[in-house]
Design a protein around this ligand. Structure first.
Ligand SMILES: CC(C)(COP(=O)(O)OP(=O)(O)OC[C@H]1O[C@@H](n2cnc3c(N)ncnc32)[C@H](O)[C@@H]1OP(=O)(O)O)[C@@H](O)C(=O)NCCC(=O)NCCS
Length: 183
């Protein structure tokens, strides 16, 4: 099992097939998926496919969303991290996009902020990129707030697909360095 990072309360490691129950608890919750899509995963087999899909990205891109683990209880709380896009996202290719998702019972405890901070710091130090992007549903106020706290700037609203507009956020490496001092 590959551990990537450690924070005060959290261990950040690769998502494993053994995380299926925790991922299922999270992804079958309609509240968790409210601003993502309206079709919660109802079967564990679907979650296994999701995990395999993420693990394929680790192999192909050297990175993907990572599991966020409570140091004290060892529970998987959710996932957080950078996804590499080879296919166009808002017209751009070969970019890193930051995202996160946590079990509802753990919202509001600062886990998205704490894990993001460590991952963004790692990303700017280890990946050859000057900018990291993020997207949110226009009404996902919690996520918009987290990104703003982390120093992301809302740049525009873009057409995610033919039916959905989303917010487009950017965080520049040069701004992260300054901003990180104040966090
Ligand atoms: C978005 C999400 C990841 C945030 O995770 P979290 O661990 O609760 O985030 P944090 O506790 O680090 O920070 C949440 C912040 O948003 C604030 N917040 C929560 N709900 C809010 C709302 N409706 N309006 C404004 N701010 C809100 C909290 O007060 C907190 O800010 P504070 O620390 O300044 O008080 C979590 O709600 C989640 O998993 N949602 C479902 C999946 C999802 O939408 N993912 C993002 C897709 S873009």
């Amino acid at each position: 099992m590959q551990i990537h990072l450690e924070t005060e309360r959290l261990i950040i490691r690769e998502i494993e097939l053994s995380d299926v129950d925790d991922m299922f608890e999270m992804d079958s919750d309609p509240e968790v998926r409210k601003y993502i899509d309206q079709s919660p995963n109802q079967k564990k087999e679907e979650i296994t496919d999701v995990i395999n899909f993420i693990r394929k990205q680790y192999e192909e891109n050297g990175i993907g969303r990572w599991a966020v683990i409570d140091k004290k209880t060892q529970e998987m709380l959710g996932w957080c991290g950078l996804k590499f896009y080879r296919e166009p996202l808002n017209g751009l290719v070969n970019i890193y996009e930051h995202g996160y998702r946590f079990k509802q019972k753990h919202w509001g405890k600062g886990y998205a902020t704490e894990s993001s901070k460590a991952i963004l710091d790692w990303g700017f130090k280890n990946l050859n990129t000057e900018i990291i992007y993020a997207i949110t549903h226009l009404e996902n106020k919690a996520s918009i707030h987290v990104l703003t706290k982390l120093g992301f700037e809302l740049k525009e609203v873009f057409q995610y697909d033919e039916n959905l507009e989303c917010n487009w956020f950017e965080l520049k490496k040069e701004d992260w360095k300054d901003f990180n001092q104040t966090l």
